[in-house]
Design a protein around this ligand. Structure first.
Ligand SMILES: *Cc1c(COP(=O)(O)O)cnc(C)c1O
Length: 372
């Protein structure tokens, strides 16, 4: 079979960003005129706006989502709250960046099985993994759905652990009591990679927290370990939010709440109208705890199903095909048996869900899935 371009692409970023083209050209021109290209006014403005969006006291812009997590962990080490070699509990089915950040900080990732219904940390298992070396629970809000934060925070409090969220897929997801993803633990990391719900036009990331000492140290670590020019207190890195990306993000942040709502509407329609015993739909309680970064279904025979999607012109992706513990880069985990994680990686398929989808495309996707 020849490979046709799908008639409904998984994600068309050019189309999604089309509504901003004129405004971004103006922003580029203002940026050019500003004469300050790194750590200028746009980064500060975005940090204020994003902290306000998340309901946190602080937001620190950084280079990307991986650095956001790594700098939080390194920050807590510098603050003496955790030590090199301490254990961090993390979902075994997360994107590899979560695990890399733990390793890069000199900490030890402990892979915890997820709940197959919600794809997030199984809170019933967490306490089995806690040892006297455990210092952090690091939940990912995978696919845009909040992990069970009430339960996780309770366990953390009882065991004196820090809670750090990988919120790279969950910008704007809110708990039952209306608390935003950036404000549901000690600190949270965000990625503004172009495909995320709040996507830049290049790499970008941020840390949110109410902890002023952590915010200051993350800012310093991301700027060569320096708070005062040419005075270096820590072995820092260069990971700063780009001035131009910050300006672009300020423009797109205005629409994020509305975009998330639109994603939920499409998800609701899929959940109501996709009716096929061979397709396991994702669980959602219908609240604002999900921002549907991805709409992930499960099928028993994925090869056959993906072949069908290809023939039907529906774009799809797999998040993710290989679990972290089976990656060549993480061979030290290759002996682990994680049956839930492995099953998820064998069965998941992400179908198109984004704000560029037209109504008739949503209808067509539903029809094609129902005919499978
Ligand atoms: C995208 C993503 C990251 C990494 O973000 P980058 O900006 O690409 O470094 C980390 N964790 C999760 C869950 C992600 O989806």
């Amino acid at each position: 079979m020849t490979n046709h371009k799908p008639s409904i692409p998984f994600l068309d970023l050019y189309k999604i960003n089309g509504r901003y083209h004129e405004k971004l050209k103006k922003r580029f021109s203002d940026f050019l005129d500003s004469g300050t290209y790194v750590r200028g006014g746009f980064v500060t403005k975005f940090e204020h706006a994003y902290a306000q969006f998340c309901g946190t006291k602080y937001c620190v812009g950084v280079g990307n989502g991986l650095d956001a997590l790594t700098l939080i962990l390194r920050g807590y080490i510098e603050l003496g709250k955790i030590n090199t070699g301490d254990e961090v509990l993390v979902a075994a089915n997360t994107f590899i960046a979560t695990i890399l950040s733990i390793k890069y900080s000199g900490l030890k990732p402990v892979l915890v099985e997820p709940d197959i219904k919600e794809f997030n940390l199984d809170v019933h298992l967490i306490e089995h993994y806690i040892t006297n070396k455990t210092k952090v629970i690091l939940p990912t809000h995978l696919y845009g759905q909040l992990a069970q934060m009430k339960e996780i925070n309770k366990i953390a409090k009882k065991n004196n652990l820090l809670v750090i969220s990988d919120a790279a897929q969950a910008h704007g997801a809110k708990s039952d009591s209306g608390i935003s993803a950036g404000n549901l633990g000690d600190a949270a990391s965000f990625s503004f990679y172009p495909a995320k719900n709040l996507g830049a036009f290049g790499d970008a990331g941020a840390v949110t927290t109410n902890d002023g000492a952590l915010a200051a140290i993350v800012r310093s670590l991301g700027n060569y370990g320096s708070s005062k020019k040419y005075e270096n207190n820590y072995l820092g890195v260069n990971s700063r939010l780009d001035e131009l990306q910050a300006s672009f993000l300020l423009e797109k942040l205005k629409d994020l709440e509305q975009d998330n709502q639109l994603r939920r509407q499409i998800a609701k329609k899929y959940l109501l109208e996709i009716k096929n015993k061979k397709i396991q739909l994702p669980f959602w309680d219908g609240s604002e705890n999900h921002v549907f970064h991805l709409f992930v279904i499960r099928v028993a025979n994925r090869l056959e199903f993906c072949d069908y999607l290809e023939k039907s012109g529906i774009g799809y992706l797999i998040h993710y095909p290989i679990p972290p513990h089976n990656q060549n880069a993480l061979k030290q985990f290759s002996d682990l048996s994680l049956p839930i994680t492995e099953r998820i990686h064998e069965e998941v398929v992400s179908i198109p869900l984004n704000i560029g989808l037209e109504n008739h495309q949503v209808e067509q996707i539903i029809m094609i899935l129902n005919q499978y």
